[in-house]
Each structure stands twice: as C-alpha cells, then as structure tokens.
Design a protein around this ligand. Structure first.
Ligand SMILES: Cc1cc2nc3c(=O)[nH]c(=O)nc-3n(C[C@H](O)[C@H](O)[C@H](O)COP(=O)(O)O)c2cc1C
Length: 317
C-alpha cells in the first residue's frame, strides 16, 4: 500500500496561507457591487475561504430575488480568485457548495503553489484601477478589435455578451421615451439611451426607425452591451458576476469604461423593453455602456494596454 500524498498546502506555513487568503479578501472588497452594498462576507479557515451572502447588506428595492447581489458576489469571487492566482496559488472553486444553504455562495481552496503568468499579474493590477465612470462617453467609438477583445473577456461559463446594434438601441430608446411611471432606477439608462440617440432628436416611430445624423457627432461613441445566458438560477447570476469582473478588468486595461445599468433587472418594464428590442437574449443579466472618455486636454484617455498585448496573453482565469 502506498502512503497517501500529503496535500501540498500541508508544507506551507498557516501564516502564509492566511496572509494569501486575507489579501484575496481585500482584493475582493474592491469588486463592483450594485449601490456599492458589497453584499458578501468571507470566512477564512486554514487553506480555504468561504463566500457568504450577507443578509444585512442585501439590496432592497426592486431586487427582491437577489439577482443584483448574486452578480456582485460573482464579481467578488472572481476578484479573490484572480488575486490568489496572481500571488502564485492554484485554487479549486466550489460554487454553491451546500445547495441547502442559500447564503453559502462559494468556497475557494488553495491547492498549492503555481507560477502566475504575466497576463494574470497584469489583470490583477487592474483591480486597483477599475472604477465606475459616470461621465458621458466622448472619446472615439470602440473599434472592431476592441469589441472582439471585450466580447471574449465578458464571455465565460455559458455567459455571452451581445453588442447592441444601432437599430436595437434605437428601439430601446423609443420604448424608454414611451414608458410611463419611470422609476428612479430607470432614469439613468433612459438618459444614456437618449443621449446616444441625439437627445430629443429621435426621428420616426418604433415601426419606422431613423437615426438623426450629425457629422462628427460624439453622442453615439458609446457602445451598449448585454450580458445574457440560458439560465435563471443563482449559479448563472453568480457566473454573470464573474464574467462581469473579467470583462471589466480587461476593459480597464484597454482604457475603456464600463457603466452597468440595474434597471432591466429591477424593473419589469425595462426588462420587457430589452427583451422586445433583442428577442434572442433568453435571460438578460446586466446591460452596460462601454466607451472611452476625452481627458480635459481633449485627447482620448491613453490606452493602458493595447489589444494585441491582451490577445497575446492566454486568458488568465
Ligand atoms: C450588478 C451591478 C449593478 C450596477 N448597476 C448600476 C447602475 O444601475 N447604475 C450605476 O451608476 N452603477 C451601477 N453599478 C456600479 C456600482 O454602483 C459600483 O460598482 C459601486 O458603486 C462601486 O463603485 P466602483 O465600481 O467605482 O468601485 C452596478 C454594479 C453592479 C455590480
């Protein structure tokens, strides 16, 4: 009989493991969350960290089902995984480890050391730079290479990203213009859609769509995308959050801002408008505005990493 191989982390001092997990929890604290509520808490034990939904920090309002919270937890989970990978640890992830517990979201366990790739280290550095940018998008529109890179980054675990075509954005804009009893959560995306369509210069009706034209117009520099997939279980919303985190960090590397819109999650009218505008989405998880901004000096914010560099690196996680 051969002796069982000791788990690789047995040879690592507990203090080193705790410090690695602690740093991962701190990195996860920088993850985006709806209304910045950070609806999670971590429990660190030995070589593992458990992610829990924190009932005291859950989103109220229109998100009764907790979808926004699951997306936020998914983003925190990805941030923690990425941090551990960048610190040189290989990790096993169990999502929903105890199906009977609504609050136990995931368990990360360190399996042993593994060298971090340059791409992983770079992506982890973007955690500190990533932020929500509410400014109007005024830079040049994203090109096909940017869009391909971002689509790839936002696509994982059966979560796909759909880039809205101009006619789809216009359909949404018109639906928004005709909406009644607009709730607070909707105002922001209405404003953004209207800005894109030329603020009050929409021509035509839902049946006869026509975009206003204005040469050199920067209103339309924004790109609207939707994260979507086939399922509506907690696990799919969690995966959507992980995809959001990966895509947002890659966008940060490219100097592209991401502005999520909760309205289609929280508000039935907004969700139906989105489903009508883009019928093949199955389950839309999150709509986002992507774009580049002009600096005060008038130059587009510099691209921190070019698309070719990101393409050359294997997808870190
Ligand atoms: C699921 C989700 C939904 C969000 N919805 C909105 C939104 O509708 N409007 C908005 O301005 N920001 C939205 N955000 C961004 C958060 O407000 C932002 O992440 C949070 O305030 C923390 O700020 P930071 O991203 O700069 O770290 C959303 C973020 C997440 C994860």
């Amino acid at each position: 009989m051969t002796a069982a191989t000791p788990h690789p982390t047995r040879r690592v001092s507990p203090r080193v493991l705790t410090e690695a997990l602690y740093r991962a929890a701190v990195a996860a604290g920088r993850a985006p969350s709806a209304h910045n509520n950070q609806p999670w808490r971590w429990r660190l034990t030995g070589d593992a960290m458990d992610l829990y939904l924190d009932p005291d920090r859950r989103n109220g309002g229109g998100d009764r089902i907790g979808h926004l919270d699951m997306i936020s937890c998914g983003a925190a989970l990805h941030h923690a995984r990425l941090s551990l990978a960048a610190q040189g640890w290989r990790v096993t992830v169990h999502r929903r480890p105890r199906p009977s517990s609504n609050h136990h979201v995931a368990r990360l366990r360190i399996d042993g050391p593994a060298p971090a790739s340059a791409g992983t280290a770079r992506l982890a550095r973007a955690i500190r730079q990533r932020h929500t940018d509410l400014r109007p998008v005024t830079g040049s529109p994203l090109g096909p290479l940017d869009l391909r890179t971002l689509s790839r980054a936002f696509t994982s675990h059966d979560i796909s990203v759909h880039i809205l075509r101009p006619d789809e954005v216009l359909t949404l804009t018109l639906a928004a213009a005709h909406a009644r009893n607009i709730e607070a959560a909707e105002v922001q995306w209405h404003e953004q859609l209207t800005l894109w369509a030329g603020a009050g210069r929409i021509l035509g009706t839902v049946d006869r769509l026509r975009l206003p034209t204005r040469p050199g117009d920067h209103d339309r520099a924004a790109t609207f995308v939707v994260l979507h997939g086939g399922g509506d279980q907690d696990i799919e919303w969690l995966h959507a959050g992980e995809a959001l985190s990966t895509g947002w960090l890659v966008a940060t590397q490219l100097g592209v801002s991401v502005l999520p819109f909760s309205a289609p999650i929280k508000n039935t009218q907004a969700r139906e408008a989105l489903r009508r505008a883009v019928p093949d989405l199955h389950h839309p998880y999150l709509m986002m505005r992507l774009g580049r901004h002009m600096s005060a000096a008038g130059a587009a914010h510099s691209t921190r990493l070019n698309t070719a560099e990101i393409f050359s690196a294997p997808h870190p996680l």
